[in-house]
Structure formats: structure tokens, C-alpha cells
Design a protein around this ligand. Sequence first.
Ligand SMILES: Cc1cc2nc3c(=O)[nH]c(=O)nc-3n(C[C@H](O)[C@H](O)[C@H](O)COP(=O)(O)O)c2cc1C
Length: 136
Amino acid sequence: MASISQLIQIIYSSRPFGYDDAILNGVLLDARRCNARDNVTGALVCRQDVYLQLLEGPEAVVQATCDRIKRDDRHVEMIVRVTENVTERLFGDWAMFHDPAQSWIWSAQDISDGALDQASSEAFKTVFETIAAKAR
Ligand SMILES: Cc1cc2nc3c(=O)[nH]c(=O)nc-3n(C[C@H](O)[C@H](O)[C@H](O)COP(=O)(O)O)c2cc1C
């Protein structure tokens, strides 16, 4: 019997580099194409000043996906905020759910004041739990 791979979730933040609709659409196209192939799911919160992404799936493919994303020059300052083993996916039906960052997430001012570096991993998880509840 094939071994069951451990499911993990990773949440990272980064700063868009050259953000516009065309770039965002390209990112989402790449994400959905690769994730459908790799059995990865998740959500991407995007705004001019921030990307927040949750990736989930078998550990090895999620790590490989993160390594590719880290090399992508469409963003900078990628920092992993949460890595944890989970038993269920939050976005099982979504190769990459897209959420334009809303006002209930940190404001642009908060972010430029360093809010992400002060936030707990629980705070990052709450962002995605709230989005997943909306996505259902
Ligand atoms: C903000 C952001 C999010 C991304 N999300 C994903 C993703 O969820 N899955 C993925 O495979 N690639 C994602 N990408 C694209 C990867 O960086 C990369 O272009 C893609 O995986 C194809 O890799 P390759 O060109 O080495 O084949 C993302 C890129 C950015 C900038």
C-alpha cells in the first residue's frame, strides 16, 4: 500500500513587485495550473502592498511549490509565517482561491508600520479561516 503523505499548510507573506491586473492574472494562471497538477490547494490574498498566501497539500510538493515561488521575481521579501501539519484542507475545492485584500485585513498603513512582523501565527490562520468560511 502506498504510504499516506503528511498534509501540511504553509502561510507566507511577500511584497508584490510590479503589481497590476495582468501580472496578477498571470500569477493566478500559473498557480492554478501547477496546483491542479500537484494536488496543492490554497488561497491568495492580494493587494498592491501585500501578498498573503496559504498553500496546502502533501508536504514534499508544498515545499517544492514554495521553493519555486520564492524564486519568482513578481514579488520580494517572502517570509514564511506558519508551517504546520494538518488533518484537513481549508480550501479543498480550490486550486487557488483569490481574495482581493479587504479592509478587515491589516491596512496598508499597518503593513508599512510592520504589522505583519508583529502578528502571531494564529492571526495569520484566522485570516484564512475567515476567507475559507466565505468561500464555502
Ligand atoms: C504571489 C505568487 C503566488 C504564486 N502561487 C503559486 C502557487 O500557488 N503554485 C504554483 O505552483 N506557483 C505559484 N506561483 C508561480 C511560481 O512562482 C512559478 O512561476 C510557477 O510555479 C511555475 O514554475 P516554473 O516556471 O519553475 O515551472 C506564484 C507566484 C507568485 C508571485
